[in-house]
Design a protein around this ligand. Structure first.
Ligand code: DHB
Ligand code: FE
Length: 272
């Protein structure tokens, strides 16, 4: 009574692994180096760092399975495309009123203060069903890195839950918050995955992005990212997660001391 999915998946995996070894004439020494490499990834991983996931990401596997999964589950063509979760999500980001900021205690003493001011942004939009009806009571969970490229849990100089917040949509399906235009930054590259990138002459950068999980009762939760079109890494993301429909344009914002830029983006959820 083996698991039917396992019985389907394993022969295919074994076939492709064998075909790969034959195609490249894999030697014992090379195979052992690969085993050691995967062991190193495992040893380095804990709840703050998932090196094995990072390894999958730099060969495009997380993006590929995300694409396969979302195609399988999609119920309409108009749904907002998904993107990978990435390793820095935290549950229980504070639920904040619409119109408030996910920038916590921005102090003029941090080295990236000037950039945070120059990149201050108002982000708003609606959460809609695929027929265009507004979804009231949807939760928009957003997070991004600081201008130094570090997420709050990677950086002791940032307050807890900095650049993270959840917002509940109103009657018109609208959410709104203050954040920053995101900047490009390297994925953690001080471990085996980073070493592999170097050996391949590849850079570790991701284009600036804001992460989102948008959820509502009766709808399939959407995990996605929005990419700033000013970013030079849009076309060369180290983890291959960019999709055209997720590239956005920030516009200059007039008359708002809290933000130099604004972004409007509607999320379209599928039934689920
Ligand atoms: C990865 C994804 C991210 O969103 C990020 O900020 C860092 C790394 C990744 O896929 O490994
Ligand atoms: Fe990220």
């Amino acid at each position: 009574n083996a698991d039917p999915r396992l019985v389907q998946v394993m022969p295919s995996l074994v076939r492709h692994l064998h075909a790969f070894a034959c195609e490249v004439n894999l030697t014992v020494a090379e195979w052992m180096a690969a085993v050691e490499f995967i062991n190193e990834c495992g040893k380095m991983s804990d709840d703050r760092r998932n090196e094995t996931q990072l390894l999958c990401d730099i060969v495009g596997l997380e993006s590929l399975v995300d694409e396969i999964t979302s195609k399988m589950l999609a119920t309409s063509h108009s749904e907002t495309p998904s993107a990978i979760l990435g390793p820095f999500y935290r549950h229980d980001a504070p639920l904040l009123p619409n119109g408030s900021s996910i920038v916590r205690n921005l102090s003029p003493s941090v080295s990236w203060y000037e950039q945070a001011v120059a990149d201050s942004a108002f982000v708003t939009g609606r959460v809609l069903s695929s027929s265009g009806a507004p979804i009231k009571g949807a939760i928009v969970d957003a997070w991004h890195s600081a201008p130094n490229g570090l997420y709050e849990q990677q950086d002791e100089s940032q307050p807890d839950m900095n650049f993270r917040g959840r917002f509940e949509t109103d009657e018109e399906g609208r959410y709104a918050f203050y954040a920053l235009r995101p900047v490009p930054y390297p994925i953690p590259d001080d471990g085996p995955a980073g070493k592999l990138l170097t050996l391949l002459d590849r850079h570790p950068y991701r284009p600036g992005h804001i992460h989102f999980i948008v959820s509502a009762p009766g709808y399939r939760a959407l995990t996605t990212q929005l990419y700033d079109d000013r970013d030079e890494y849009i076309a060369k993301d180290a983890v291959f997660a960019v999709k055209d429909d997720l590239v956005v344009k920030f516009s200059p914002r007039e008359g708002d001391p809290q933000a130099r830029w604004s972004l409007e983006y509607d999320f379209i959820l599928g039934r689920g």
